[in-house]
Design a protein around this ligand. Sequence first.
Ligand code: G3H
Ligand code: ZN
Length: 274
Amino acid sequence: MPLVGIGEIVRAAPAGVGAFNVIQLEHAEAIIAGAHAAGAPVVLQISENAVRYHGALAPIAVACLVAARAADVPVAVHLDHATDRALVEEAVVLGLGSVMFDASALDDAANVAATADVATWCHDRGVWVEAELGEVGGKDGVHAPGVRTKPHEAADYVARTGVDALAVAVGSSHAMTTKDAVLDLDLIAELAAAVPVPLVLHGSSGVPDDTIRSAVRHGMKKINIATHLNKAFTEAIRGQLAEHPSVVDPRTYVRAGREAVAREVTHLLGVLAG
Ligand code: G3H
Ligand code: ZN
């Protein structure tokens, strides 16, 4: 199947779009397998942190692009939480169809200026751009679910930057290992009414399934999930190593992790289907 742009997936999706973070090749293989089982399109996303882990973007990005092209469901490959402009440009040159440029740590004026410049550069090359207004907490390990994105500021931000999607702060927080987040569903509805581009929920691993469904019904479109998959991956591997303490071939225990991630992706895509 030809590589698809995230815009096509987001526009075509009748409900929520699953965007899952890839750290290792097995994540990409599992996410695609899970999407195949669900019969749903999916987004593979590579964060700047994952790039730092590998020491470079190209190896994991090219692997994801090749796996995406071989998939029998639509798969987009997206750069996630990029703060480095050079990394954005490298991702575009490598062939990723979309990027999240994350300037949410800057003050709003600097965020607008930097993001508008990146959006223009990317749009000139046919690449879709996501940005963030109202920093969604937890990136530094400090959960800050209290931040809220204001609808009128969001509308103004999208108009001034020209981005194609907006990550908003509505009560979620990154890297939560328990599903305790309480989302401001009324705010999601207000943001969806005020903002002319798809909304993105970050930190979705901390959000209960029913709340994710409600968030999609109220207007959330792209649902970003990483920690939930990492938990499944790690717990499956931990179980294998406990059961087979003398094992040395990583294919045995990493396979278990891969299969666990695929199962979770299928489940979560079912949740997103509404
Ligand atoms: O951008 C990636 C997501 O926001 C990951 O958040 O690990 O809490 O699911 P999560
Ligand atoms: Zn995120």
